[in-house]
Design a protein. Structure first.
Length: 89
């Protein structure tokens, strides 16, 4: 296929350190004092640190978490991922 690209579409002339912000919705199943269990449509790598913005009846709260474990499960005929998130200070 001659039209396929084999090279990167974008290259930085000078690399730099930074962070990437990606929004992903999760359904929180339950929360303990040190852990949050949630369902996600996409997997997350173990050890990855995330910021969880929780919206509810009160004001929005932000919780910093680290993924301890991901378990693939079937919910309503669809593949989902159960995330065990450890709350970090």
């Amino acid at each position: 296929m001659p039209a396929r690209r084999r090279e990167s579409r974008y290259r930085l002339s000078r690399p730099f350190d930074g962070s990437f912000l990606s929004f992903q919705e999760v359904d929180i199943e339950r929360r303990t004092e040190r852990e949050i269990f949630a369902l996600s449509d996409t997997p997350v790598r173990s050890g990855e640190r995330l910021r969880l913005d929780v919206f509810g009846p009160g004001p929005r709260s932000t919780v910093h978490v680290q993924l301890a474990k991901t378990t693939p499960i079937i919910v309503g005929g669809s593949l989902r991922y159960r995330l065990c998130l450890e709350i970090v200070d």
